[in-house]
Design a protein around this ligand. Sequence first.
Ligand SMILES: *Cc1c(COP(=O)(O)O)cnc(C)c1O
Length: 439
Amino acid sequence: MHSYDERLTTLVFDYMRQRLALDPVPLDHPGEKDKLDAALAGLITPEGADPAKVLDIYDQQLSRAVISADSNRFLSFIPAAPTKAALLFDMVVSCASLQGISWLEASGAIAAENQVLRLIADYAGLPETAGGCFVSGGSAANLSALVVARDTANVPNAKIAVSDQAHSSISNTLRIIGVEALVVPSEDHRLTGASLRKALEGQENVIGVVATSGTTNAGIVDDLKGVAEVARERGLWFHVDGAYGGAGLFAPSVRHRYEGIEHADSFVVDPHKWLFAPFDCAALVYRNPGLARAVHTQDASYLDVLHTDGGEWNPTDYAYHLTRRARGLPLWFSLAVNGTDAYTEAVERGLSLARETAELIKESDHLELIREPELSAVLFRRPGWTAQDYYDWSERLLAGQIGFVTPTGWEGETVARFAFLHPGTTIEIVKEIVATMRD
Ligand SMILES: *Cc1c(COP(=O)(O)O)cnc(C)c1O
């Protein structure tokens, strides 16, 4: 099974070719457990099965029970829209077994990943000394960064200030690392310098603050400048969670919203969201990577060889992981091949579609816009609908393969939400979807 097999290779490459060429990518459907179990029954045997048969079961049954995140009609949660170059290079990372653990083992891959981290740091305005690594997602990045915040401060009963709008992974992180959340009430769903300053009054042991540059639900960017100012006054670790919205740094039309991000001690952006990389890929950048190294470097006799004084860069020293895939490389290849202008244009496209959609909703007589979109998420309501109406509508849309648009909550109300980022999503698709909300 380790020798090259022409037939198997052709079979899988042909499948990949077809999948890459799908335009549009079909949404597909949620699966039913009984049917999936039946398709899989008896498939793993002592002797092995014909690859054509196994691939056919994958193609016909399993893959159809995965809603395609890269469909231009996937407008729920945060969609995905990896570039073709990034997808292709992901296969190179796989077939070359590229890992990115240590400089000793993988300097070529790590140098390329670091080139991308440098580019992201430059967009954020972080100093030359900034650096970090790619991890599996925003959750892993937030956890890794806040462990550094906690251990750097080394204060008993430490607290970290978070907005009541912060992503669920932040409260998860704080629970995991045993740090209490000082929940700061937001102002119109934004964490501001003023609200943070007020919440800090009389507080002790607060060692950091988390701001969000693009809330997942509504795309709201916190007052980074104001929060940074308070963080500096009080000596707090300033963490910016841009897992979704950090990509807006590439877009001149919204760049002003990120003012203050250049003061971040740690910053996260998920290229597998809005920077068009395949799953799973999150960039974690520290202002002072030495602090992260001091916290995350694993100590084991067989790892001593990785740590010399040779100026090596070991991605494993900047998060809680050890073994890691060189998951930054698909993005590196795509950035190099397509150029940064293409990224700017693609991010701008999601932003302008959100603005156009907001206008469309305001002009319609059956819908109401909840707030002007700051980034590429649009919240709106259908007056008169109950929560159940939204859920039924969402199910009908998916059943008809018109769109995957799930409802969300807003100030206690169930409402409709679009998340745009796929450059292939058009205003015509949006019109088709909102037309189904008439009755
Ligand atoms: C998506 C998201 C996360 C979590 O990222 P994963 O890659 O899903 O782990 C964290 N914070 C924000 C703001 C997000 O949008």
